[in-house]
Design a protein around this ligand. Structure first.
Ligand code: ZN
Ligand code: ZN
Ligand code: ZN
Length: 495
């Protein structure tokens, strides 16, 4: 409800009442539609009442169109009245009040319009995550097919939607999981996360020596992806909670070209500003008390004190007493040279306060999603390998058991009449019998399919015995490549 708009209508009502009271007080009320003065006053009154209605409606419902119409109506009627100087509304202060009422409504309409736009923006943000996901899919497929024109704006839009989705996933763990599973399907993501799971790699560290933006030696073989894609994927993996990032270094970058690789630190003489500053290590000869630069003790004939000319044993008779910085240009000595940075790219010198600090990070796998990542990537890896054998793969796969119940398996695959159901389970250290029993209940109900159980990293003895006793074939391994190999061997039995 808009209070300023309502105040406008209240002023209008009061003005109407006062003018009506005046009218009646002056000439008494008489219904005489034939009198032009009366008819004119009647039309004006009706106009004001209609404006009043529109103003009240606009203020209550917060509709700017009605507030504008009401305000403009009042002002127009008032001006009309002024021009024809009709008896009913001819008092100066009433005119002022009417104008005020009209202006208030119009001013309020601007506020209402702004609020409306803001609400619209907010409602855009509140789009359901599922709709956002669907929209994202559409944009991604558009981006895949589109040529370079418009690709940038698409990229930006995709990025914005992903940001919104990740923000959403902070509130809903289910959404977070859904987004991570989608990510695992991306080739670049698999390549990166596999390094933590399929090998002993613990951290991806940047290399800073030569490049403008950090590169990652551990990912250097992913050279079919542009560096930008790798960085974007790493960022996305961090947003999703699959990887954790840690500040590795803050790089001083040039304020003009924004690159850090060509920026050199300079130590400058406080007197003449030259950067030809040398470091002198001052040593005291303990026997005579003389203090000279370390280099001055070194002569072609040995280590000799320049003051007393005696031979000096460096390790016992020379004591470091401090450092001094000597300017190669003016010869001045200082204890604390000024610092500056120089960009070789732009040939400009700048101070620390003017530089840009560029953060670089190292990345490691988030322990909390380790088993999820292992499981998902292992399944994707197996699925890829099995497809090459000519099987059709479903992950997850649904099969109907002899009891009539449908069961969901980690993966099912088929080739002609052959059907295989694979159950895969992960545990921190070893899989317990309970988890195996849950899969066994499903596997034993499907007689039409061959079964395989995959345990990551291994089974407890009791579970192993149980599977052996019930003739369910199984694979135990922590290595995704070994698991894929053994799964292929298992399938080749039926080829
Ligand atoms: Zn520069
Ligand atoms: Zn000496
Ligand atoms: Zn100097």
């Amino acid at each position: 409800m808009r209070q300023i708009g309502l105040v406008g209508t209240v002023i209008l009502v009061l003005s109407l009442i006062v003018s009506f009271a005046n009218y009646v007080g002056m000439r008494g009320f008489e219904w005489s539609p034939t009198s032009t003065g009366f008819a004119y006053s009647l039309v004006l009154s009706l106009g004001f009442i209609i404006s009043l209605g529109a103003g009240v409606f606009g203020a209550l419902k917060e509709m700017d169109e009605f507030l504008i119409a009401a305000g403009a109506g009042i002002i127009a009627l008032d001006l009309l009245n002024k021009l024809f100087a009709n008896v009913l509304y001819s008092w100066g202060y009433l005119d002022t009040m009417l104008l005020l009422a009209g202006v208030m409504m119009i001013l309020d309409s601007f506020y209402v319009r702004r609020a409306k736009v803001a609400r619209l923006e907010a409602s855009k943000l509140e789009t359901k995550p599922e709709e956002l996901l669907a929209h994202l899919d559409k944009l991604v497929s558009e981006a895949d097919t589109s040529q370079s024109d418009g690709a940038l704006t698409l990229e930006k839009e995709i990025f914005d939607i992903k940001q919104q989705l990740w923000a959403e996933s902070k509130k809903s763990p289910e959404m977070g999981r859904k987004l991570r599973i989608r990510l695992y399907h991306s080739r670049a993501v698999q390549e990166i996360v596999k390094r933590f799971i399929g090998s002993d790699m613990k951290v991806i560290e940047p290399a800073l020596e030569v490049s403008e933006s950090p590169t990652y030696p551990a990912l250097s073989d992913l050279n079919r992806y542009p560096q930008k894609t790798i960085q974007f994927t790493l960022n996305e993996l961090v947003e999703s909670g699959i990887l954790r990032k840690k500040l590795y270094e803050k790089l001083v970058s040039c304020p003009t070209c924004h690159h850090s690789s060509k920026v050199f630190t300079r130590h400058k003489c406080p007197k003449c500003e030259s950067y030809d500053v040398n470091i002198n290590r001052l040593m005291q000869h303990l026997e005579c008390g003389a203090v000279y630069d370390y280099k001055e003790y070194h002569t072609p004939t040995g280590i000799i004190c320049p003051k007393c000319s005696k031979a000096v044993d460096e390790s016992t008779q020379l004591k470091p007493v401090g450092v001094a910085f000597k300017c190669g240009s003016c010869g001045g000595i200082s204890s604390d040279p000024n610092k500056a940075f120089f960009c070789r790219n732009c040939a400009i010198e700048f101070q620390l306060k003017n530089c840009e600090l560029q953060d670089t990070y190292s990345y490691s796998l988030n322990d909390e999603v380790k088993s999820e990542a292992t499981e998902t990537l292992t399944v994707l890896n197996i699925a890829g390998a099995i497809e090459k054998l000519g099987f059709t793969v479903n992950a997850p796969g649904i099969l109907k058991g002899k009891t009539g119940i449908t069961h969901e398996f980690t993966l099912t695959c088929n080739k002609k009449e052959k059907i295989v159901a694979i159950e895969l389970a992960t545990a921190e250290e070893q899989l317990e019998i309970g988890r195996v029993l849950a899969s066994y209940a499903k596997l034993s109900d499907i007689t039409q399919a061959k079964s395989l159980f995959i345990a990551i990293p291994k089974l407890e003895q009791q579970a192993r015995d149980f599977l052996n006793a019930n003739r369910i074939q199984f694979i135990e391994s922590a290595n995704m490549y070994e698991i894929a190999d053994k799964t292929l061997q298992f399938l080749k039995q039926f080829d």
